[in-house]
Design a protein around this ligand. Structure first.
Ligand code: RNT
Ligand code: ZN
Length: 416
């Protein structure tokens, strides 16, 4: 049987539960994921040679990571050739590309340092999202936007302002909105002596950054909260309450990272509440294993629940970014798996008879609701997925890994 024939069979089976697979596929094709450049080089970047800091960590020593912009771009191209659909790339400020021996500190970064990235994106019709980098820098060890040291705090305010200018430039170049996400690592290892003052300073710093004039039609700002980081277990300045209130009062978005909550919290459950009070929100799709471990996203219950809420609330209300970094496996496979798996979760959500679910819940028919939910798990979603891949000219589920390994053999293993 061909992929198309299998699909036709699946289409018929889905239609029996009132699901239109054509519509599901067409909705899925409208959803853009923002591909995080930092999976390709273990979150190191090009503007510094030091280790990754800020309480986040990559573990593993798989060889062949990208160490130059050319290598990283080639790896992004390879990955995108294995992922169906049209997506965006997500850059950190630390991925500035300097030419002719030039270098600029974080507070002096300019749009020109991202010209190569803008060209890369334009040639491929990709959008770009952006992030100031408040870690892996000598001035980030004792706080950034919440630092008690005024010179340090001012330095990082200037960095945020520079990033707004860069984000606006990237949006102008690509013709797509640039989502700029602010995440800082500020926190304390042990019981704080003062919880209030750092938060007051963070609030004042954000106010100063956002007071910089920028085009709100081009740049969508988000703020990302967190519960704790490595070495900052006792206190996080930018907590969920801090940012949720800050965002609401200052008309910016919240970014919810699926790894930034207590392990038994259901992150998917937050979306429908938040979207009653915000037009849009941003996500970092990650997979925490016992802690904020940033494992590669797999097609599990958490991913499916999150995808279902995205689809239910309207996928056009979300900026969906990927955020995981695994250095223990082939990095192209990590990127590809995570992105394909989340697209599968979104397809799974598009293939749900949502109206029927609502009807059953309203009728208190929980017996049928559970039975139907479970029955759907056995439907041939894989045939719809493979058809979608074929339609988009990318490798089928059973084929992409081989392709990825050929790239390792022919390209990655030749790297110095
Ligand atoms: C850290 C945050 C943050 C980073 C990236 C690199 O816990 O999740 O989003 O992972 O910005
Ligand atoms: Zn994140």
């Amino acid at each position: 049987m061909t992929v198309k024939e299998r699909y036709e069979e699946a289409k018929m089976r889905y239609s029996k539960i009132g699901v239109d697979t054509e519509k599901a596929i067409s909705e899925l094709s409208k959803i853009k994921l923002s591909m995080h450049c930092w999976q390709g080089d273990d979150v190191i970047g090009f503007d510094q040679k030091g280790p990754l800091t800020g309480g986040i960590q990559t573990t593993g020593n798989y060889p062949y990571k990208a160490t130059t912009p050319e290598e990283l771009m080639a790896d992004i191209d390879k990955t995108l050739s294995l992922v169906p659909g049209k997506h965006k790339i997500n850059l950190h400020a630390s991925y500035a590309i300097f030419e002719d021996g030039e270098w600029a500190d974080r507070d002096a970064l300019e749009p020109k340092h991202f010209k190569k990235w803008a060209e890369f994106a334009k040639e491929r019709g990709l959008g770009i999202d952006f992030n100031p980098t408040y870690f892996s820098h000598p001035k980030s060890d004792n706080g950034t936007l919440s630092a008690a040291d005024e010179d340090v705090r001012k330095f990082w305010i200037r960095h945020g302002q520079a990033c707004l200018r860069i984000s606006e430039y990237l949006a102008s170049e690509t013709g797509q909105v640039c989502m700029m996400n602010i995440w800082i690592p500020d926190g304390l290892k042990d019981v704080p002596g003062d919880r209030k003052a750092p938060r007051e300073r963070l609030k004042a710093s954000l106010d100063e950054i956002l007071a910089t004039p920028y085009d709100k039609n081009k740049v969508a700002v988000a703020v990302e909260s967190k519960v704790f980081g490595i070495g900052a277990e006792s206190y996080t300045v930018g907590s969920h309450e801090f940012y949720m209130n800050y965002a609401a009062k200052n008309n910016v978005m919240c970014l919810i990272d699926t790894g930034h909550f207590h392990p038994t919290e259901n992150v998917a459950d937050k979306l429908s509440s938040m979207l009653l009070f915000y037009d849009k929100m941003a996500l970092h799709v990650s997979r925490p294993v016992r802690w904020d471990s940033d494992h590669v996203v797999i097609f599990n219950d958490d991913a499916r629940d999150l995808a279902q809420e995205i689809v239910r609330n309207g996928a056009d209300r979300f900026y969906i970014g990927m955020d995981y970094f695994d250095a223990s496996i082939n990095r192209i496979s990590a990127w590809t798996n995570g992105m394909r798996n989340f697209l599968k979760a979104l397809l799974y959500a598009e293939l749900q008879p949502m109206e029927k679910f609502t009807e059953l819940q309203n009728a208190q028919n929980f017996t049928e609701l559970m039975s139907l939910t479970e029955q759907i798990k056995m439907l041939p979603m894989g045939d719809v997925w493979n058809y979608y891949c074929e339609k988009n000219g990318v490798a089928l589920e059973e084929d992409w890994f081989k392709d990825c390994m050929e790239y390792e053999k022919n390209v990655l293993s030749k790297r110095a």
